[in-house]
Design a protein around this ligand. Structure first.
Ligand SMILES: [Zn+2]
Length: 384
């Protein structure tokens, strides 16, 4: 347990905010693995600034267990932290620091147990799969999943994604699609409203339409009522537009997303939005300015985790976590991508998502302890 806390201190000290390189952290972990006779596979990003790490402990045979986590964290910019976010601070039964809950504690517990894994003579392999750029749309993990799918002789059997679930077993989460919409109108003096096309006002109208679509999704709801909230959500996150109060703005850009319940007609959100743009907003803009445009680009797409009742991942992890039921969560993880590639996947990890992305993020020490015990049972299972 103290080893897990020491590892958490070590991992949190690397500022792996998604915009930064994570190579220093990956190098540190790789050196540690090599010291225990394990040669990790480092899979770099195209620009070479970031990397995934995949490592196998035990025999190179199919059917092992993947312990998966992302190494990046969300920014602390503008958040009122009471302590240094990149130094673990212990207060009461809690450990404070960026990434403690989301999700360096899971990796810390796994790394603390690595000497034990290496010593035990595993009959089934345990794989570590640490990714980059999860927090900016599950962008990094893809190349590692392709590698996992290709290593035929040791293709893993199941994946455990250690995102914070309070160590409960999650077998379903929503998918996320995020977009940036750019409205291009025509600049004019603000007194000449009939000569310009006001990009900010068109954007406001489109955002209003997204609100209406969100209400429609809420009315449709979740047939299984497992999610909180029990419907597909639509959200606008940022907006920028205009240059001065007395200029009709030429450009406005906003980012938005939907988080869809698995198995529902979530593509409707984009289709309804596109129809409004095509049939209502754009024709009106083009009456004044034929070159007016509304462009919507997909920024990131994270697959939902679709429940597979009785899957090998679900049965085994329920038993090892000593749980008797599964849960659904509203947040997204890399789990949907592992599942899409054919790996039975569940989410089970220490900490609570309520603490994630917040100032003064923390994890209960009891959660680190519970995760350590869970992973010891994973090792026992793989050694038996
Ligand atoms: Zn996370």
């Amino acid at each position: 347990m103290s080893d897990a806390i020491a590892w958490l201190e070590r991992l949190v000290a690397f500022d792996t905010t998604s915009r930064n390189s994570n190579l220093a952290l990956i190098d540190d972990v790789a050196r540690f693995l090599r010291a225990h006779g394990i040669e990790p596979r480092i899979i770099k990003s195209e620009d070479g600034e970031k990397a995934n790490l995949f490592a196998t402990v035990g025999p190179a045979i199919p059917g092992g267990i993947v312990l998966s986590g992302h190494t990046d964290v969300v920014p602390v910019d503008g958040q009122p932290w009471d302590t240094d976010p990149f130094r673990v601070t212990r207060k009461g039964g809690r450990l404070y620091g960026r990434g403690t809950s989301d999700m360096k504690a899971f990796a810390a517990c796994a790394l603390a147990l690595l000497p034990q894994m290496a010593r035990r003579g595993l009959k089934r392999p345990i794989h570590l799969a640490f990714s980059y750029d999860e927090e900016v749309g599950c962008i990094g993990v893809g190349s590692m999943i392709r590698h996992m799918a290709e290593v035929g002789e040791s293709r893993p059997g199941i994946v455990i994604v250690g995102e914070p679930t309070d160590m409960t077993v999650v077998n379903a989460h929503k998918g996320i699609a995020s977009f940036v919409t750019t409205v291009t109108g025509l600049e004019a003096h603000s007194s000449q409203t009939h000569r310009g096309v006001n990009a900010v006002q068109v954007a406001a109208e489109l955002i209003g339409e997204l609100g209406r679509i969100g209400q429609e999704m809420q009315r449709r709801g979740d047939p299984h009522a497992r999610f909180d909230p029990p419907y597909t959500t639509v959200h606008v996150g940022t907006i920028q537009g205009g240059t001065a109060q007395n200029i009709i703005p030429r450009q406005c850009r906003f980012t938005w997303e939907y988080r869809a319940i698995p198995g529902t007609d979530a593509e409707d959100v984009r289709a309804m939005f596109d129809a409004y743009v095509r049939d209502k907003a754009l024709p009106r803009m083009r009456q004044v300015f034929p070159a007016a445009a509304i462009d919507t680009d997909l920024r990131a797409l994270a697959a939902p985790l679709v429940p597979e009742d009785g899957s090998p991942a679900e049965s085994l992890v329920l038993a090892l976590a000593r749980q008797n039921r599964t849960f659904a969560v509203a947040y997204g993880t890399e789990g949907g991508l592992f599942q899409e590639a054919g790996f039975p996947t569940v989410v089970c990890g220490p900490g609570n998502i309520k603490e994630a992305h917040q100032p003064n993020e923390f994890i209960e020490i009891a959660q680190v302890e519970a995760c350590t015990q869970f992973l010891e049972r994973v090792i026992d299972h793989c050694a038996a």
